[in-house]
Design a protein around this ligand. Structure first.
Ligand code: NAI
Length: 283
């Protein structure tokens, strides 16, 4: 079994900061990397806030919070990849960005290192093809918010080795999460089912059938969903939702996955949901 001690997380946004937090909480040393210092600092301060809430709820002590933060080293230097056992990439959901990152990481990382991606929907096999170690590339799809949600969808690329799969399965358990194995098809399982529902909810608003509040109320009270689809879309990020729908549309070629024009319009306007203060709701 591969021994994982040191982890690098790429992208200090909503997901990357959550992933770095749970890795550090499980005792791993973590680099949290982003393009600019201000982005890494934003990620570090959101981890601080999240941990502070846990201290206030008596789930962890102040000393434990400090110890977790101390295990996370901020980074704007990709060469740190050369000193870790696994990189977990959580940068933006765009194939060109991920492919060029993996190409670079492949050159920098140690021979034994695993290159994992938190992609929501992009083909693992295609990301792996940007490297010379496709057997060590795997999907490790956390859910948002990472410290709260139990699931990690583990996606095998075409060439992913059993040894790497086992190592990720084991790591997921050490992070106190539940691994579920799926194969590499657009959207995997989670977003193949979730995103068309969100897109349909947006069409429902677009076609004037109901307001966002009404759509969410129907799904919450009628279907027992803890959160309505439009609240969830704002939470995920409307840009991420659009990229995932485009991946499904392109990957399956079926019109049922066509992104709603209203979703495109909001993203063009910079209304990306909670992270920009405006989406279907204002924050
Ligand atoms: P975000 O927009 O909050 O953060 C992305 C971060 O990546 C930004 O800080 C950005 O500066 C950084 N970044 C972009 N290009 C980079 C590069 N070349 N090198 C280093 N850093 C770079 O996005 P979020 O929501 O954290 O999503 C990240 C990934 O996680 C995406 O692939 C997304 O599909 C996936 N994901 C998102 C979920 C969600 O609910 N938002 C759930 C599960 C997966």
């Amino acid at each position: 079994m591969m021994d994982i001690q040191k982890i690098m997380v790429i992208g200090a946004g909503q997901m990357g900061s959550g992933i770095a937090q749970v890795c550090a909480a499980a005792g791993f040393d973590v680099f949290l990397h982003d393009l600019k210092e201000e982005f890494v600092n934003r990620g570090m301060s959101s981890i601080d806030k999240q941990l502070q809430k846990q201290v206030e709820k008596d789930r962890i002590t102040l000393q434990e919070k400090d110890a977790i933060l101390e295990r996370i080293t901020p980074s704007v230097d990709l060469t740190h990849a050369g000193s870790v056992d696994i990189v977990i990439e959580a940068a933006v959901e765009k194939m060109d960005v991920k492919a060029s990152l993996f190409h670079e990481l492949d050159k920098l990382a140690q021979e034994h290192a695993i290159l994992a991606t938190n992609t929501s929907s992009l083909p693992i096999t295609e990301i792996a093809a940007a490297t010379k170690r496709p057997e060590k590339v795997i999907g490790m799809h956390f859910m948002n918010p990472v410290p709260v949600m139990k699931l990690v969808e583990i996606i095998r690329g075409l060439a992913t080795s059993d040894e790497v799969y086992e190592a990720i399965h084991d790591l997921t358990k050490k992070l106190a999460k539940v691994p579920v194995e799926v194969n590499d098809f657009p959207g995997f399982v989670s977003n193949r089912i979730l995103m068309p529902m969100i897109n349909e909810a947006i069409y429902t608003v677009y076609e004037g059938v109901a307001t966002p509040e009404a759509v969410d109320e129907v799904m919450k009270l009628g279907m027992n969903h803890p959160m309505g689809p439009l609240t969830l879309a704002d939470f995920i990020g409307l840009d991420t939702c659009l990229y995932i729908m485009e991946t499904l549309h392109e990957g399956f070629g079926d019109d049922k996955y066509r992104p709603c024009p209203l979703l495109r319009k909001y993203v063009k306007a910079g209304w990306l949901g909670r992270k920009t203060g405006k989406g279907f709701y204002s924050y």
